[in-house]
Design a protein. Structure first.
Length: 109
């Protein structure tokens, strides 16, 4: 594979990576469908509770050599990735749920 083709494959892989694609998609939806005053805190909460922790897990895992790439595409590597990633995502989801409940509580008060 030529260097140019390899670079294109890497770019396409990163654009299609769930972490990148979902982040951009949610950002577009929030900024176009929600008032910017409400969208910014939602984006910040989403970033801090779900995206940043998963990004750091992937970054440090690749950097340390635990995973060969950010896609964690080797089956054997996923056996070490999922036991960390799934609880981390669940915790982020709970944080987002609690933040929504708290915001709803304060809005009702």
């Amino acid at each position: 594979m030529s260097i140019r083709a390899r670079r294109l494959a890497v770019v396409v892989s990163w654009i299609g990576h769930p972490l990148v694609f979902v982040t951009i998609s949610v950002g577009i939806v929030l900024t176009t469908q929600v008032a910017s005053r409400a969208a910014i805190p939602l984006l910040a909460a989403l970033f801090l509770s779900l995206i940043a922790p998963m990004d750091l897990l992937l970054f440090f895992g690749v950097r340390s050599g635990r995973w060969g790439d950010a896609d964690v595409s080797v089956r054997e590597e996923r056996k070490r990735f999922y036991p960390i990633a799934i609880p981390l995502s669940a915790l982020g989801t709970i944080v987002m749920w609690l933040a929504k409940r708290r915001a709803t509580f304060f809005a009702a008060a």
